[in-house]
Design a protein around this ligand. Structure first.
Ligand code: NAP
Length: 327
């Protein structure tokens, strides 16, 4: 039975990846941080096949102990401070977890793994590394120009992954994933904030959504599709880096419009209020990925379209908010 360790198991991607690996008959370990992490209880309830283990990307010795205990064939490093807005407010913490955390985990793999115990490594890199884009669409060779502490930390993690692959002959891959969403997306992220607010407006629980800039364009896919690319990267003969994206781009306002439409509300603009507080010090205006290499080499494709994704998120939030009223 292959064994996988997932850091960031309590996050959106960790849950989809754990479910996918379980269907492939993996033994799945999930690393959780903190003394009594409330999200760990949810994972234990909803994904009972995951064995939880305590560890923190800020603590090298806990990573070594985790690897020694799990003896994984594959490690998926999904743990991070992943919310760009928070990274501006807690830049040092972001650099430490999202950036240095990658180095610590690779060091732990180098120490615990080795030729007799090879461990394959996946790093969750991000399209935010392209930032102020140098070319459109962005592919594996597009130069990076990050525009946030999150983006700069991810660039460090990406280059460290490549460097460990080349220096120590580790099977280490970097997946440069463009935005991917789902009903499990954290409520702090703009997509879920919108779908949740739309549901609440529909049910008369809220009167407006307060947002920042509506013009940024993103390449949005479905998280359940994207975790399959992570796994496929670790099944190749040679480790490599891949862009994972849909190749389509949509603005935040288009996302809003579709979300309101999904709830049967047409005059959507009257429910939006913009506030400086939600503007970033430096914004990424346009992201659109070229997933050709992932399609050709991994055979990866998306099953969920943009409209379908927004619809599923709104329906999920309507169900949650409706159930909350009944409580
Ligand atoms: P997420 O929902 O924000 O999950 C982040 C995870 O990191 C959480 O489980 C969190 O655990 C964990 N974490 C935070 N600090 C940690 C620490 N010190 N040690 C160990 N774990 C820690 O993120 P996601 O959307 O699933 O994304 C997964 C990964 O892909 C992230 O690295 C993200 O940056 C990257 N990525 C995401 C996207 C996207 O659109 N979703 C796109 C490109 C790249 P707690 O529950 O304890 O906070």
């Amino acid at each position: 039975m292959p064994t996988a360790l997932i850091t960031g198991i309590t996050g959106q991607d960790g849950q989809y990846l754990a479910e996918f690996l379980h269907t492939m008959d993996y033994k799945v370990y999930g690393m959780v941080r903190g003394q009594r992490n409330p999200k760990a209880e949810i994972i234990q309830r909803e994904l009972p096949f995951v064995e939880m283990i305590n560890g923190d990307l800020q603590d090298l010795s806990s990573l070594i102990a985790t690897l020694e205990y799990c003896q994984p064939d594959e490690v998926y490093n999904l743990g991070a401070i992943s919310f760009v807005a928070l990274s501006f407010k807690q830049a040092e913490l972001t650099a430490d977890i999202t950036g240095l955390g990658v180095l610590r985990l690779l060091e732990a793999i180098r120490l615990v793994g080795g030729p007799n115990n090879p461990i394959r490594f996946y790093q969750a890199s991000s399209s935010e590394m392209f930032g102020k884009v140098r070319e459109t669409p962005q592919n594996e060779l597009t130069p990076f120009y990050p525009r946030s502490p999150y983006g700069t930390a991810k660039v460090f993690g990406h280059h460290t992954t490549v460097n460990y692959r080349e220096s120590y002959d580790l099977y280490a891959c970097s997946g440069i994933l463009f935005n991917h969403e789902s009903p499990r997306r954290g409520i702090e992220f703009v997509t879920r904030k919108i779908t949740n607010a739309v549901a609440r407006i529909k049910l008369g629980l809220q009167t407006e959504i307060v947002l920042g800039d509506l013009t940024p364009r993103r390449d949005w896919g479905f998280a359940g599709d994207y975790v399959k690319a992570m796994w496929a990267m670790l099944q190749q003969d040679e480790a490599d880096d891949f862009v994972v994206a849909t190749g389509e781009t949509h603005s935040v306002s288009e996302f809003c419009q579709l979300a309101f439409e999904a709830a049967g509300i047409e005059d959507w603009e009257r429910y939006i209020r913009q506030d400086e507080r939600f503007m970033r010090p430096s914004e990424v205006d346009l992201l659109i990925g070229d997933p050709q290499k992932a399609k050709d080499k991994l055979g990866w494709t998306t099953e969920y379209g943009f409209r379908q994704l927004v619809q599923a998120m709104v329906e999920n939030d309507l169900a949650i908010e409706t159930a909350n009223i009944g409580r």
